[in-house]
Design a binder for this molecule. Sequence first.
Ligand SMILES: NC(=O)c1ccc[n+]([C@@H]2O[C@H](COP(=O)([O-])OP(=O)(O)OC[C@H]3O[C@@H](n4cnc5c(N)ncnc54)[C@H](OP(=O)(O)O)[C@@H]3O)[C@@H](O)[C@H]2O)c1
Length: 247
Amino acid sequence: MSASAGPTNRLDGQVAVVTGASSGIGEGLARMVAGRGAAVALAARRGTDLQRVAGELDSLGAKTLVVPTDVERDEDLDALLARVRAELGPVDILVNAAGVAIFQRVHELEAASLDLQLRVNLRAPALLCAAVLPEMRERGHGFVVNIASEAGAVIHPGTGGYTISKHGLCALTALIAEENQELGIKAWAICPGMVDTPMSAGAPESARRRFLRVADVVDVVEGLLLQGANVKMGPEVVIRTMANPWS
Ligand SMILES: NC(=O)c1ccc[n+]([C@@H]2O[C@H](COP(=O)([O-])OP(=O)(O)OC[C@H]3O[C@@H](n4cnc5c(N)ncnc54)[C@H](OP(=O)(O)O)[C@@H]3O)[C@@H](O)[C@H]2O)c1
């Protein structure tokens, strides 16, 4: 579809792919784009959770496609995009929300945890972006939403491989934005502070009360997707909490 000149409140006719759609922020974003009229492919490893989300969206009239996917596996990424193209059409909106967090100081880094975070948080988004950008460029339209982290925009000691991977994801997103903005393609690295999701479930209740909610992140992304075609924001979009959760 072609980009419109002014803002619209719908994503009708667009095709979205959301990784990490089985839980937390990815699930919230999948619900939002479906609610705005996009057909949405739901990707993550836990097929039963993807089916749960798809079932609820289907009952509201949305068009969904469940594709169990381990983003660490190149063959899964290829299969995901092949099914989306065959069953929904070319990708208009790519949301990379799948992520893992292992907090270590640099002198504690281990190969296994570093590799895992680089594969899931950076390599998989880069490969998916590389795969969908040619068709977005050809069609002169596309949105890339990479869920980074505040840890991708600033340095928090003790966050090791996570911070390295999320800074890389912000750099990837900035490259995409710069290389494709003349063609009508927008890319954002969403950088939230702590968000109340299963990933942060181990934090004390006193801190979690001050965390962002999934809806806070979803609302920001929704605004970005629906803004006028001439508006440029980001590519880094930092969403902080009003009060320090840890104080
Ligand atoms: N929670 C926070 O405080 C916070 C703050 C800033 C940024 N973020 C970022 O937000 C994103 C979503 O995290 P969340 O907070 O919503 O946590 P979450 O509820 O734990 O979601 C993580 C998602 O990543 C998916 N995932 C993990 N490894 C995967 C793999 N190998 N293949 C496919 N999917 C995989 C999980 O699905 P399966 O287990 O089903 O595969 C799940 O859907 C992450 O990128 C995270 O870094 C989180």
